[in-house]
Ligand binder design. Structure first.
Ligand code: IPE
Ligand code: IPE
Ligand code: MG
Length: 247
C-alpha cells in the first residue's frame, strides 16, 4: 500500500477513462470530532469540488460519484433533508463553473424521487452542460445498481424483444449509464470493502481500490495515490498477461 509522500503518478502513463467513487465516511469523520454528521457531509461536498478539479487537470474522461443510494432513503428524515439541502447548494453554486469548464453533467438513479426543486436544478444543469465537450461528471442520486438493472429489464421486456435478441450490449444500453465508458477504477473510502450496490454490472472488470481514509480527508494527494496504484495493476480481462510467452 502506498502512503502519502509516495506519490509518483506518471501523468503520461495509463489514466483511467472512467473512475467511480463511493464517497463514504462523512458521518464517522464528523462523529470522531464531536460534530453533527451533517458537518461531515458539508466537508465531503468540498472534497467533491477538489476531486472534480483534479480529474479535469489529469484528463480523466468521466467520473461517477455515488452521492446518495436508494437505501440511504432509510436514514433519519433530518439527515436526508440536510443532504438534499447540500445537493441543492452544490448544484446552485457549481453550475456556472461546470459550464465554464466544459463539463457535461448527468445523473443516474431514480432522480424523480428527489425533491422537486432539486429535480429542476438537475434538469437545468444537465441541459446547460449537454453540448459541452469536456469531462463527464455523473452524480449517482437515489441510485442502486439492482434497482437500475431491474428497471432496465422492465424496459427490455416492454419493448417486446425476443429472448434470443437479448445481448450483453442491449442490457448495457438499457441501464442509466448508457453511453458512458465502463469504469476502469472504483474507489471506496472509509475502510469498508464492499460495493454497496454501486455499478455492479458496469464494474465487471474495474480495478477496485479501498482506502481507510474518510471521504472528507480524501484530498488530491490521496486521489493521486489511488491513480498511481491503478497504474501498477495488470489488467487481463480473462486473457493472459501481454508479457506471457505461454503457447
Ligand atoms: C457517505 O457518508 C455519504 C452518504 C452515504 C450520503 P456516510 O454518511 O455513509 O458516513 P458514515 O459511513 O456513516 O461514516
Ligand atoms: C454507500 O455508502 C452509498 C454512498 C456513498 C452514497 P453507505 O454508507 O450508504 O453504505 P453502507 O451502508 O456502509 O454499505
Ligand atoms: Mg457510510
Amino acid at each position: 500500500m502506498l502512503s502519502r509522500g509516495d506519490n509518483k503518478l506518471d501523468i503520461h502513463g495509463r489514466i483511467p477513462s472512467h473512475v467511480g467513487i463511493i464517497m463514504d465516511g462523512n458521518g464517522r469523520w464528523a462523529e470522531s470530532r464531536g460534530l453533527p454528521r451533517i458537518e461531515g457531509h458539508r466537508r465531503g461536498s468540498e472534497r467533491v469540488k477538489e476531486i472534480v478539479e483534479v480529474s479535469l487537470d489529469i484528463g480523466i474522461k468521466c467520473i461517477t460519484l455515488y452521492a446518495f443510494s436508494t437505501e440511504n432513503w432509510q436514514r433519519p428524515k433530518s439527515e436526508v433533508s440536510m443532504l438534499m439541502k447540500l445537493l441543492e447548494l452544490y448544484l446552485k453554486n457549481e453550475l456556472s463553473k461546470l459550464v465554464k469548464k466544459g463539463i457535461v453533467f448527468r445523473t443516474i438513479g431514480e432522480t424523480w424521487r428527489l425533491p422537486e426543486n432539486i429535480q429542476k436544478l438537475i434538469k437545468d444543469t444537465t441541459e446547460m452542460t449537454a453540448s459541452n465537450k469536456g469531462m463527464t461528471l455523473v452524480a449517482a442520486l437515489s441510485y442502486s445498481s439492482r434497482n437500475e438493472i431491474t428497471r432496465g429489464i422492465k424496459k427490455i421486456i416492454a419493448s417486446g424483444i425476443k429472448p434470443e435478441e437479448v445481448t450483453e450490449d442491449l442490457v448495457t444500453s438499457s441501464l442509466d449509464t448508457d453511453g458512458l465508458p465502463q469504469p476502469d477504477l472504483i474507489i471506496r473510502t472509509s475502510g469498508e470493502r464492499r460495493l454497496s450496490n454501486f455499478l455492479l454490472w458496469q464494474s465487471a472488470y474495474a480495478e477496485l481500490y479501498f482506502t481507510d481514509v474518510l471521504w472528507p480527508d480524501f484530498d488530491k494527494e490521496e486521489f493521486m495515490l489511488a491513480l498511481q496504484d491503478f497504474q501498477g495493476r495488470e489488467r487481463r480481462f480473462g486473457s493472459l498477461p501481454v508479457s506471457s510467452n505461454a503457447s
